[in-house]
Each structure stands twice: as C-alpha cells, then as structure tokens.
Ligand binder design. Structure first.
Ligand code: 5GP
Ligand code: MG
Length: 179
C-alpha cells in the first residue's frame, strides 16, 4: 500500500490532535443532554470509534448507510441501505458522524431522512470538510480539518474499497487511479 501513496496530508499525530480539538467542542455542546450518534458507514466508522471515546457524555450509537447509483461520480441517485430504527431516532438529538463532507449530498439526504423520522435535532460532525466541492447548501456543525479539492484515502476513506486501514490520510499517486 505504501508504494501507492504520493503524499501524507495528515499523520496519525495530526489526526489525534484534530480529533481531540473537535471532541472538546462536541462534548461541550452535549454536556447537559444525551445524544444519539449516527455513524455513516463505511467511511465514518473509524472516526466515530475514536471520537466517541473522547466524549464523556451519555450517548447511544447507531449506524446509517447510503449508496449512490448512476454515473458513480456526482449526479447519481442516493438510496438508504441501512437506517436506525424509529425508536432510536424519534425525539432524539442526533449527531451524524462522517469521514468527509464533500458535495454535501449524502449528509443532506441523511439529515432530511432523520428529521422526517422525528429526530428532535440533527447536528453534523466530520473529520474532513472540502467546501470547494459543495453542490448543496450544507455546513458541518463540528469539523476537524478543512482541505482543498483533492481526493484522499486512509483512516476510513477508500479508493475502490481499499486503503481504509491506513492510519494516516493521504493522496494516492495518479497512476493508481489510472489503472
Ligand atoms: P458527498 O455526498 O458529500 O459528496 O460525499 C460523501 C461521500 O463521498 C463521503 O462519505 C465519501 O465516501 C465520498 N468522498 C468524498 N470525497 C472523498 C475523498 O476525497 N476521498 C474518498 N475516499 N471519498 C470521498
Ligand atoms: Mg462515506
């Protein structure tokens, strides 16, 4: 895997520092009221696992999964592959946790599904934010890092299903995408 990496954007140390910073903001926000963390599969699961252990507040954990059909790049239709139960959502304060906020379509779609299901409030926490790529209006309430418009892998983020287990966040060599 290491031979496919062009450059490392965030080392394990960088990630740990960004995560602690954002965890403090999240913990302060939920200090007085329990929340339900909805982790967005698959990419968001590593960030979720790490951040919830830095949140000394009462919380429950659930998951959601969305897939995109169509041309595979931007315009495809979104479908809900997995969604928390009614009971997990209704009247709850939800914290959506994902790896990256890119066009905003995935999180906007999930947010509206959660509100439709009766969530009292939906906030969003992402590890990475790529504001340059946004096609729908969506802002994260909590974010660890803002990045420019580059495709990154590692720490949950994949390319064609691989590289999620890299402990750092990196840009791949262009040859890898061309293969
Ligand atoms: P959005 O719906 O905001 O465009 O994108 C959300 C999903 O697109 C992310 O959860 C992630 O799966 C994928 N994505 C967006 N940007 C990147 C990136 O730079 N690298 C990887 N590996 N996935 C990305
Ligand atoms: Mg994702």
């Amino acid at each position: 895997m290491a031979k496919d990496i062009e450059r490392i954007l965030f080392t394990e140390t960088d990630i740990r520092a960004g995560l602690s910073r954002v965890a403090q903001e999240v913990a302060a926000y939920y200090r007085d009221a329990p929340c339900t963390v909805v982790s967005v599969l698959k990419g968001g699961c590593l960030f979720t696992a790490d951040i919830i252990r830095q949140l000394p507040v009462p919380l429950r954990l659930s998951f959601a999964a969305v897939s995109s059909y169509g041309d595979g790049t931007t315009g495809g239709r979104l479908s809900l592959d997995y969604f928390p139960t009614d009971q997990e959502i209704r009247e709850q304060r939800i914290l959506l946790v994902d790896d990256i906020l890119d066009t905003g379509r995935t999180l906007a779609f999930l947010r509206s599904a959660l509100l439709k299901q009766g969530a009292r409030e939906v906030k969003t926490c992402v590890l990475l934010d790529k504001p340059a790529r946004r096609t729908v209006t969506y802002e994260a309430d909590f974010r660890a890092f803002v990045i420019e418009d580059v495709f990154v892998v590692g720490y949950g983020l994949d390319f064609a299903g691989s590289y999620r287990n890299l402990p750092y966040i990196a840009v791949l060599r262009p040859e890898v995408y061309a293969e």
